[in-house]
Design a protein around this ligand. Structure first.
Ligand code: SF4
Length: 120
């Protein structure tokens, strides 16, 4: 069974694009339904320490599919490229989810649509 990880990133928590949602409630909704194997909130994945976090996390090859709910997925792909290359994580296993300007329920729905149902 594929090991799925979900990271949530909301521009340090003070960006207007993420003010309508409670990011902890978003993460808890996904956790409660056990749709992923791990979930974490990072304050700024596109910063230097975010790069280090991603490459360290993915180096162990224990993540098969990585979901990042945050800003525009095309931007995410560009910003995380170095970390994926450093950890040799295939970009075809990365799934960005746009959750900007959504409320908590909308963000949960957007993530669920991308992650899919729980494995049987
Ligand atoms: S990865 Fe996207 S959501 Fe996260 S801090 Fe950077 S711009 Fe903001």
């Amino acid at each position: 069974m594929a090991n799925k990880g979900l990271l949530l990133c909301v521009c340090q928590g003070n960006c207007p694009s993420f003010q309508k949602m409670n990011i902890f409630d978003v993460g808890n909704a996904i956790r409660r339904e056990k749709l992923v194997d791990y979930m974490a909130i990072h304050p700024q994945l596109c910063a230097t320490d975010g790069d280090r976090f991603l490459s360290t996390l993915l180096k162990g090859e224990s993540t098969d599919e990585l979901y990042v709910a945050a800003c525009d997925p095309t931007m995410q792909t560009k910003m995380f490229r170095d970390a994926f290359a450093e950890s040799k994580f295939g970009t075809d296993h990365f799934h960005g989810v746009e959750i900007r300007n959504m409320d908590t329920a909308e963000a949960v729905d957007a993530i669920k649509k991308t992650v899919g149902p729980k494995a049987p």
